[in-house]
Write a protein that binds this ligand. Structure first.
Ligand SMILES: Nc1ncnc2c1ncn2[C@@H]1O[C@H](COP(=O)(O)OP(=O)(O)OP(=O)(O)O)[C@@H](O)[C@H]1O
Length: 511
């Protein structure tokens, strides 16, 4: 058995009234891939921040290789060999791959960069990640790389740090396509052979079962369970995370939606009609119709133009060619006009376009539809809070109360607030870009059920997702985008995961 590499004992961390960690122990051994699991808000990122020196615990202690470890900041943690690879990638887009890999550890003498040594070291780190030289050019601009390559460069950057021994990966596959996930896993296994320790956060159970050796489950800031992957199952892990099996049944709001659907006439009118539409760059060609009562899914690799298609429909990007009709109205549209037409948009960039982080959950949630919350021009605090509470309860947002600032929520809970806001808006057409990204498995099932319930109540939903099983389970019809072009929309039953992937990678004639 390998020795312990990083040990944490009794870590506690409080943010105001929130006890994010309540006495957490963690033991990571050399040469193991250690899954850190838990529902949104369980404390995973807080623990990673402490391990990587970005935050200090209120109480508790840590040891690295048997010696006390108390990093005063990320720089000290890096020097000690503990490196965090963030979920949201942090490469400098205008710099080259080589410059990014060596950022902060450039070799220099008398204030001058030793350029050839710098290149050599960057090349070595990249080779360790990609398996062979030249797969990713040292001179490429980081901004021009695919998301998968950016992720690999980010890991190369960690490995280039002298003495790197603990790699902390926070949802490393959330922006990767299936083939790239395989490539990452090959790398992780190689790193493990070289006695590196890897702490791996992911909400994808299948990935954890495939690549990890041991696991620690956090629940409400405490260790709920730990053990070896070989001795557990997906079901047991889900139970450990949630603490109960309360994921069955229909929520009251879903039930209301379902009842309403029975009263609606069953005529399926088109809500969105896109004909041969193209944007300035992407998409290059897209045609689709979404009817009342149906969920249409768009698959495709990152960069294929899926997000651009949704943005164009919502009026955020111009239509260069073709037509887009919402509720039988054509012509050009701004987001304000689309909202007035009953369109709701969930952006994949929840921080940039979605949420106002410095405002409260209640304000964020109700800002898109304040009517009905008080007399004209006034918003009644109580009604606003009640309305917000209804949605946050339904999506199980982990928070102190609806007055809490969105900034202080965990990533997955912010995503839930963005979605709750859209549900509150009561749109007729929902455009959802990666609605379950970063969301824990129980909440994901819940959100998928809500999406189905929306359709059952007569709403129209267009959803983009990188996770093919999700698309297959919630959509009535699915189309695949490949290099800017949207292929034929077929019934979900006509697709398999394999066929979707083949179309997304151009392996099948994507007609
Ligand atoms: N800076 C902060 N200020 C206030 N509360 C915070 C802060 N950071 C985290 N929290 C709270 O601490 C708790 C744990 O959050 P953390 O981000 O560690 O969860 P997580 O397990 O990483 O969740 P996710 O899966 O959604 O990323 C949450 O209740 C969160 O709201």
């Amino acid at each position: 058995m390998n020795g312990s590499s990083l040990v944490a004992r009794g870590l506690q961390k409080t943010f105001g009234a929130t006890r994010a960690l309540r006495g957490v122990d963690l033991e990571v051994r050399s040469g193991e891939i250690h899954a850190l699991m838990g529902e949104n808000g369980a404390g995973k990122s807080t623990l990673m921040s402490i391990l990587s020196g970005a935050a200090t615990p209120d109480t508790g202690s840590m040891e690295l290789g048997g010696a006390p470890y108390r990093p005063s900041g990320p720089r000290e943690a890096r020097q000690a060999g503990v490196l965090l690879v963030h979920q949201e990638l942090s490469l400098c887009g205008h710099m080259t791959v080589g410059e990014n890999v060596m950022l902060g550890i450039e070799p220099a003498s008398y204030g001058f960069l030793r350029r050839s040594e710098m290149r050599e070291k960057a090349e070595k780190a990249l080779k360790a990640v990609t398996g062979k030289e030249g797969t990713i050019s040292l001179d490429a601009r980081a901004a021009d790389l695919s998301p998968a390559d950016r992720q690999l460069v980010e890991i190369a950057r960690a490995l280039a740090v002298p003495g790197c021994r603990i790699l902390l990966l926070d949802e490393p596959t959330s922006s990767l396509a299936a083939g790239d996930v395989d490539r990452l896993f090959v790398l992780l296994r190689e790193l493990k052979q070289r006695s590196l320790s890897i702490v791996y956060i992911s909400h994808f159970l299948e990935e954890i079962l495939r690549v990890c050796d041991v696991y620690t489950v956090l629940r409400d800031g405490q260790v709920a369970e730990k053990g070896t992957i070989a001795e557990t199952t997906a079901k047991k892990l889900v139970l450990a995370m949630s603490g109960n099996a309360s994921n069955a049944g229909t929520s009251p709001v879903e039930a209301a939606l379902l009842v309403r659907s029975e009263e609606e006439d069953t005529e399926k009118a088109p809500v969105l009609v896109v004909e041969n539409a193209a944007g300035v760059k992407k998409p290059s060609s897209a045609s689709l119709t979404v009817h009342r009562g149906e969920v249409v899914g768009i698959a495709g690799l990152l960069g294929a133009g899926r997000t651009e298609l949704l943005r164009m429909i919502f009026g955020l990007d111009p239509v260069a060619k073709g037509t887009i009709q919402v509720a039988s109205q054509g012509g050009s549209a701004s987001p304000a006009k689309r909202i007035a037409q009953g369109v709701g948009f969930l952006s994949e960039d929840r921080k940039g376009e979605g949420l106002l982080l410095s405002m409260s959950i209640a304000d964020n949630l109700t800002m898109s539809r304040l009517s009905g919350l008080g007399p004209a021009g006034f918003v009644k605090d109580g009604q606003q809070r009640d309305s917000a509470k209804k949605w946050t309860d339904m999506l199980a947002v982990k928070m102190r109360d609806v007055g809490q600032k969105v900034r202080d929520l965990s990533g997955g809970n912010q995503q839930k607030v963005a979605l709750a806001r859209l549900l509150h808006q009561e749109a007729d057409l929902f455009l959802l870009d990666e609605p379950t990204r970063g969301v824990d498995i129980n909440s994901k099932t819940q959100i998928e059920r809500h999406i189905r319930a929306l359709a059952a109540s007569g709403k129209a939903v267009l959803v983009v997702s990188s996770h093919l099983p999700d698309l297959l389970s919630i959509c009535d019809r699915i189309g695949v985008m490949y290099r800017g072009r949207l292929g034929e929309i077929r019934p979900a039953s006509a697709w398999t995961e394999h066929a979707l992937l083949a179309a997304a990678t151009g392996a099948e004639g994507n007609t």
